[in-house]
Design a protein around this ligand. Structure first.
Ligand code: AMP
Ligand code: MG
Length: 354
C-alpha cells in the first residue's frame, strides 16, 4: 500500500527451489487477441495490470478507467499517511474518540480481527506504531539506526490488537489509544474483491487484475484457466507456473518487497508482533484461495510464522494451496500446491512434501 522499493533479494539459500522468491507474473501476454485489452497503471505505489478478455473495446476501456479511479481513491483512503479515512480513524483512536468509517473498511477490520485470532497474534493490523518506528512510512529513506530498544519495548508493551476495536454501526472505537491501524497486509485482498465486483457489474466476465504480483482471475482466458508464472524476482524467467481457475486469487508475501537498509543490513517491512523485529527467516509465501482477503492475510501470517509454523497455520486458515520459501533450507508446500505447480527448469529439485 505504500511507496515501492522493489529490489532482488540478497538471500542465497542452498537448494535450487529455495533460491526462488515468488512473484506472480502473467504468462498469457502472447495470447492476447483482438477482443483482449490490457492496461497498466500505478496505484498503491505499485504496478497494476488489468487484462480483460473477449470484450468490446469501449466497454473494457470504461471499466478499466473506473477501476483506476477507484484504486486511486482507495490508495488515499487506506494508507495510514494519506489524508483518508484510515488516517482519520487513527487520529481519533489516539485521542480516545470514535471514528466513522466506510462499510468496506469495517468489514476489512472485522476480517483482520478474525485472522489475528486464527494466526495466534502473528497477523496484527494494529501495529502501525511499530512500522512507524522502523521507518517504513518514510521510504525510500532508511533510518540511520535501529529503533531505540526502550522505545521498541514500550511500543510492544502497549499491546495493540484488533480485539480492542469495537463497533456501533459504522462508528469505530478502540479501548487502546496505542492502536494504529495499518491494513497493508490485507487491503489488496479487499481491493481485488472490489475490482471483481465492479468488473462483473460492468458485464465483464473474463479478466485478470494484478496488483504488484497479487492477483485475481475472473472467468477464463479464451476458454482455459489462466496460466500464472512464478518467477525469480532477481529478474529471471518464470521457473514454475500454475493454472488459476475462475474466482481464485494468488497472493505472495515476500521479505524482498519493501525494506529499510540500516548499517548495511536489510530489514523487511513484515514485522513479528512478538519481537517487534522484521522477519528474516522466510523469503516468501504464496497462497492461492478463492477469498482474496483470506489469501492476503494468510500469506502474511505464514511469512511471519515461517517453516516451523507452516503446518499449524495451513490448518488454522484451512489452506489447500500454500508454498513457503525459507531464507535457508527446504521449501514447504501443501500436497495440493505441489500437484498444481509446473516446474519450468529441467534440472530443478522437487521439494519435499508435507
Ligand atoms: P503483505 O505484503 O500483504 O505481506 O503486507 C505487508 C504489510 O503488512 C507491511 O507493509 C505492513 O504494512 C503490514 N504488516 C507488517 N507486519 C505485519 C504483521 N505481522 N501483521 C499484519 N500486518 C503486518
Ligand atoms: Mg498480505
Amino acid at each position: 500500500m505504500t511507496g515501492l522499493c522493489t529490489q532482488p533479494p540478497a538471500i542465497r539459500p542452498a537448494r535450487y527451489l529455495a533460491l526462488l522468491t515468488v512473484v506472480a507474473a502473467l504468462l498469457h501476454a502472447a495470447c492476447v487477441g483482438n477482443n483482449d485489452h490490457v492496461r497498466e497503471f500505478v496505484a498503491f505505489g505499485t504496478l497494476v495490470s488489468v487484462s480483460i478478455y473477449g470484450a468490446d473495446e469501449q466497454q473494457a476501456a470504461n471499466a478499466i478507467g473506473q477501476l483506476e479511479r477507484r484504486f486511486a481513491e482507495l490508495g488515499t483512503a487506506w494508507y495510514p499517511k494519506a489524508d483518508g479515512e484510515l488516517k482519520a480513524a487513527n487520529a481519533a483512536i489516539a485521542q480516545g474518540k470514535p471514528a466513522h468509517v466506510s462499510s468496506e473498511l469495517k468489514s476489512l477490520l472485522q476480517d483482520a480481527a478474525r485472522y489475528e485470532q486464527l494466526a495466534g497474534g502473528l497477523f496484527n493490523v494494529c501495529l502501525g506504531n511499530l512500522s512507524q518506528l522502523w521507518g517504513f512510512y518514510d521510504l525510500p529513506a532508511s533510518p540511520a539506526s535501529l529503533p531505540d530498544p526502550a522505545t521498541l519495548a514500550a511500543v510492544l508493551a502497549s499491546n495493540p490488537s484488533a480485539t480492542q476495536l469495537s463497533w456501533q454501526g459504522l462508528e469505530l472505537s478502540s479501548s487502546n489509544p496505542h492502536v494504529m491501524l495499518d491494513i497493508g497486509a490485507i487491503a489488496k485482498g479487499a481491493i481485488l474483491n472490489i475490482a471483481a465486483r465492479e468488473l462483473k457489474t460492468a458485464g465483464l466476465e473474463n479478466a485478470i487484475v494484478n496488483i504488484g504480483g497479487d492477483l485475481i482471475v475472473l472467468g477464463d482466458v479464451h476458454g482455459r484457466d489462466a496460466n500464472i508464472g512464478i518467477r525469480d524476482p532477481s529478474g529471471g524467467r518464470p521457473v514454475a507456473s500454475l493454472q488459476v481457475a475462475n474466482g481464485e486469487a494468488v497472493f505472495t508475501s515476500g521479505n524482498y518487497e519493501r525494506y529499510v537498509d540500516i548499517d548495511g543490513q536489510r530489514y523487511t517491512h513484515i514485522l513479528d508482533p512478538a519481537t517487534g523485529y522484521p522477519v528474516q527467516h522466510t523469503a516468501s509465501v504464496t497462497v492461492v484461495h478463492e477469498d482474496p482477503v483470506l489469501a492476503d492475510a494468510a500469506a502474511t501470517a505464514l511469512l511471519v510464522g515461517g517453516a516451523p509454523q507452516f503446518d499449524r497455520l495451513v490448518a488454522a486458515f484451512a489452506l489447500r494451496d500454500a508454498l513457503l520459501i525459507p531464507a535457508r533450507g527446504d521449501a514447504r508446500l501443501t500436497a495440493h500446491m505441489a500437484a498444481r505447480l509446473h516446474w519450468q527448469e529441467p534440472d530443478h529439485q522437487e521439494p519435499a512434501l508435507d
